[in-house]
Ligand binder design. Structure first.
Ligand code: PMP
Length: 354
């Protein structure tokens, strides 16, 4: 059996995790607020009037219309996936050959590396400069010197929360020969999308998702925005009915009711700033500014903080030390009471250990 498996797949670890069963779950940058009940009811009514024995729309025309209204991008420049994770898979299938070079800044979103492994490409990770500032010149050099096929920019970045200046994104786009995938999964928390660059840079592809600010991680809906020519290539590798009818319907309702869906955005951003101010006062923590719905900090007490929170039924994300990064913690902003509880426990651990 072993010899039947592609060599690059043998050592991969399958992503098999149970849904976390903790009192407070802030490890995956989800929204702490469920989708509004009034919209769930509207969805239920619509589903009662939908023939579920039929395949869904293969190319989700209603959803494309709503995404055009939301993003300003023409419908022929949009494609949807089962989460932006599926779009990352499709990009690799369509563009990356074994042995090609893929570049990203580092640390960043894990799936870029996992897909580099699956596609048997070579992933060059350009380490951040001190302060977790991405090394823009280093990224450009790595992409140009190695004729990189693909270059990922994550803005705001997961896990550091860093937000790129538009001029740096333009600098990269103007210099590299690669397809540039700009991952804007958290863009609604930052507010400064680079979607306006699409008409000027035919090799730019922007990834978005309804999993974060829309509070719909459960329905698995992501989308890519780009020049029609690139989007057409992605349609070639898209599975026939990749977005089920339930997802399509709920996504349309969400996009049509953004006032209701986004009503907690400002509170989440304000809570982020409040939490940041508290953490910055603590000894032995290096806290980084964040343009997303999470906070990232480095501390020698990461393991202790993680374990103590877990024992009190709270799940956060911990990153172990790597050659380039010290122990660190990332947690998404929860409801105000949850944030308060998390901060109190972090404070308690830090003062006990310091
Ligand atoms: N990009 C980034 C930067 C992310 O953090 C995530 C989710 N953690 C994704 C893409 C994938 O999101 P989804 O598949 O839920 O759309």
């Amino acid at each position: 059996m072993e010899t039947l498996i592609r060599k690059n797949i043998r050592d991969l670890v399958a992503y098999k995790v149970d849904a976390p069963q903790y009192e407070i779950v802030v490890n995956a940058n989800e929204s702490p607020y469920d989708f509004p009940m009034i919209l769930k009811r509207q969805f239920t009514d619509e589903i009662c009037n939908t023939d579920l024995n039929r395949y869904p729309e293969a190319c989700f025309p209603e959803l494309l219309k709503e995404l055009r209204a939301y993003t300003g991008v023409p419908t022929d420049g949009i494609i949807c996936g089962s989460g932006s994770d599926e779009l990352i898979a499709m990009i690799n299938q369509a563009f990356v050959n074994a042995g090609d070079v893929v570049v990203s800044h580092s640390p960043s979103f894990d799936m870029y590396n996992i897909w580099a492994k699956i596609s048997d490409s070579k992933h060059i990770r350009v380490l951040d400069l001190p302060g977790h500032i991405p090394d823009v010149d280093g990224i450009i050099k790595a992409a140009c010197d190695n004729h990189a096929k693909l270059l990922y920019i994550c803005n705001p970045n997961n896990p550091t929360g860093y937000t790129f200046a538009k001029k740096d994104i333009i600098k990269i786009l103007a210099a590299v020969p690669s397809l540039v995938v700009l991952d804007e999964a958290y863009i609604e928390f930052f507010g400064e999308s680079d979607v306006d660059l699409l008409p000027h840079y035919p090799r730019l592809l922007i990834l978005r998702t309804l999993s974060k600010a829309f509070g719909l991680a459960g329905i698995r809906c992501g989308y890519a925005l780009g020049n029609k020519d690139i989007i057409d290539v992605l349609y070639k590798v898209k599975a026939p009915y990749n977005l089920n009818v339930l997802t399509q319907k709920l996504a349309v309702i969400a996009l049509q009711n953004r006032d209701k869906v986004f009503k907690n955005l400002e509170e989440i951003k304000a809570e982020r700033e409040k939490a940041m101010a508290v953490l910055k006062e603590l000894p032995s923590l290096t806290v980084y500014p964040s343009g997303a719905n999470f906070i990232y900090f480095e501390t020698p007490y990461a393991e202790k903080i993680y374990e103590t929170l877990l024992n009190r039924n709270i799940l956060i994300k911990r990153f172990k030390e790597t050659g380039s990064c010290p122990e660190s913690i990332r947690f998404s902003i929860g409801k105000p009471k949850e944030n308060q509880k998390i901060l109190e426990i972090i404070k308690e651990v830090v003062y006990n250990e310091a």
